[in-house]
Design a protein around this ligand. Sequence first.
Ligand code: NAD
Length: 275
Amino acid sequence: MSKVVVLTGAGGVLCSTLAKALAKEGHKIAVLDLRKEAADEVANDINNAGGTAIGVAANVLEKESLELAKTEVNNKLGPCDILVNGAGGNHPLGTTSNPHLLAKDLEDTTEGFKTFFDLDPSGIQFVFNLNFIGTLLPTQIFAKDMVGRKGCSILNISSMNAFTPLTKIPAYSGAKAAVSNFTQWLAVHFSKVGIRVNALAPGFFLTDQNRSLLTESDGSLTPRGNQIIDQTPMGKFGEPEDLVGTTLWLCGEGSAFVTGVVVPIDGGFSAYSGV
Ligand code: NAD
């Protein structure tokens, strides 16, 4: 059955792939993004391939912007059946330079060098807001359409670092842990009104956000990139298409009795102790 699917951050790498896959299933797609041109480009691709999509400008951190987006979605496509909360990411201001603190780091005056003690609260706040508030607000706006209707669900995007924090990125790890926790909370809260809530926890996918952390300019792996591959039993990064099967399952009737789960899609990263 054709549903109305709203995806935030769908001008980006991972959620544009999910938007296109959901469109191929016959669903009507609202591609929401802060970058309207990126949203329009994805919507055009879907329409040109025979699907139905609209690109909509929306800031997941502003209720008013989301209300406007919802009005546009309702007028052009109808009430929202499925919400994919995809907008998210890290910020350099919430990131330490080194994985471990060494006593000598406190004397290091290299420009841009950052220990835990130098982290800027505004950077931490930005990352928490984008990932957690940026999941909560669109849910407040779009889930109202779903109350009491059948076959509605929400899919959040968590991360590996929600299970075990990754070095250097305390803000992003904490924010995604909050997204996983919120997924469970919301699943229980919405359980009586027919809305299922689940999440994907992607492992490592080479995207614009992390390319410079994981690869050198010649395409070879950085030490961190190598560490990740060594810790991933399947020995590779994920491809955006690797998220599609689980997304279709969690957004479809095949998972009708599944709510509150966070599914790792990580080539075994989270299962491996490293030994
Ligand atoms: P991306 O940067 O390609 O996409 C993110 C999109 O969100 C961008 O199009 C951006 O314009 C949009 N966006 C940013 N701020 C916004 C705002 N305030 N309002 C609306 N849209 C906004 O990133 P991606 O790699 O496709 O990541 C998608 C999701 O997957 C994110 O939540 C990310 O944290 C998560 N994730 C990514 C990886 C990975 O390896 N790439 C791993 C785990 C989780």
